[in-house]
Design a protein around this ligand. Structure first.
Ligand SMILES: [Mg+2]
Length: 304
């Protein structure tokens, strides 16, 4: 635990669901009024530009405040790893799972007040690699392999900009109609499991898709990733399961793999669709390796 930053740079995702054109100046004013020194306001034009801006500023300023959703936070993540710069956010996205996870209010004035009275703490970060393609990425909430990866690929970005969460409902129905389970050989901390999966969630945080505590006992700072699995079932069984999850707010999953892992290697017959923190990862061939980077990020947390 450490004192919150007093000096911040704002990274604003202008394409986020709830971001307005004048938000940069408006939020900078709110930050100044709350006693923060705003040293820079950056409005990156793409996810890649967001990542580059974060990498340039991390290590230079005490805190980075991402104004946007979980996708923008994910873009800024890599640049902050291993630095003392605290990464925080003002939730202006579609679902804002990270904000729900750390108890950050959605209203900007209240969020800034909660952050300036808050703290910073080192948390784990998940790493995902496709060794055959020499590609890698990171996640702070979760990686999803299978059905939810297909859903995020099908989400219409323009529809999401205008109707928000409804775009996920439309994409889920489309993915539901065409999804097939995948056969995979999964090594979890060296032990081999051969199985068929509809969905694998590799969770760093507890919440999923909103307020759903899918990885109910996940801990952001235990140096472990929590695994949630769903095996094959008929379409109507999956629909009934989904209804139960929504109604009850939780589901232990099918427990087809150990509950926690430091690393896993997924070798599937076909390419598996992947989502990272709610956004689709580009398709890459070959096995997928997931591991945890303990305490890799200094996270800026609100006062609880
Ligand atoms: Mg953990």
């Amino acid at each position: 635990m450490r004192e919150p930053p007093r000096e911040v740079a704002l990274l604003l995702n202008k394409n986020a669901f709830a971001v307005r054109p004048d938000d940069g100046d408006r939020i900078a004013t709110l930050c100044t009024e709350a006693g923060l020194t705003v040293v820079d306001i950056v409005v990156p034009q793409s996810a890649e530009a967001m990542a580059n801006a974060a990498a340039r500023l991390a290590g230079e300023v005490e805190g980075l405040l991402v104004v946007g959703g979980d996708g923008a936070l994910n873009s800024a993540l890599a640049g902050c790893l291993g630095t003392e710069t605290a990464l925080g956010m003002l939730p202006r996205g579609t679902v804002n799972v990270w904000a729900r996870e750390i108890g950050l209010p959605s209203q900007p004035e209240r969020a800034i007040r909660a952050l300036t009275a808050g703290t910073t703490r080192r948390v784990d970060v998940g790493r995902i690699e496709w060794p055959e393609a020499d590609e890698r990425s990171h996640f702070v909430l979760m990686a999803g392999l299978g059905f939810d990866g297909e859903v995020t690929r099908l989400v219409n970005r323009r529809l999401k900009r205008f109707v928000g969460f409804g775009a996920y409902v439309v994409a889920s129905l489309a993915a539901y109609m065409r999804h097939e389970p995948y056969a995979a050989r999964i090594e979890v901390d060296g032990a081999v499991h051969e199985l068929e999966l509809t969905q694998l969630v590799v969770a760093n945080a507890r919440r999923y898709g909103g307020n759903l505590p899918l990885a109910a006992s996940a801990d952001l700072a235990d140096g472990l990733l929590d695994l949630w699995t769903l095996g094959p079932a008929s379409k109507w069984q999956h629909a009934a399961r989904f209804a139960r999850i929504v109604a009850s707010g939780s589901d232990p999953g099918d427990r087809l793999l150990p509950v926690r892992a430091r690393s896993l290697r997924v070798s599937a017959v076909h390419e598996v669709a992947v989502q990272l923190d709610g956004d689709p990862a580009p398709p890459h061939p070959g096995p997928i390796v997931l591991s945890v980077l303990p305490g890799a990020l200094r996270a800026w947390l609100p006062r609880r």
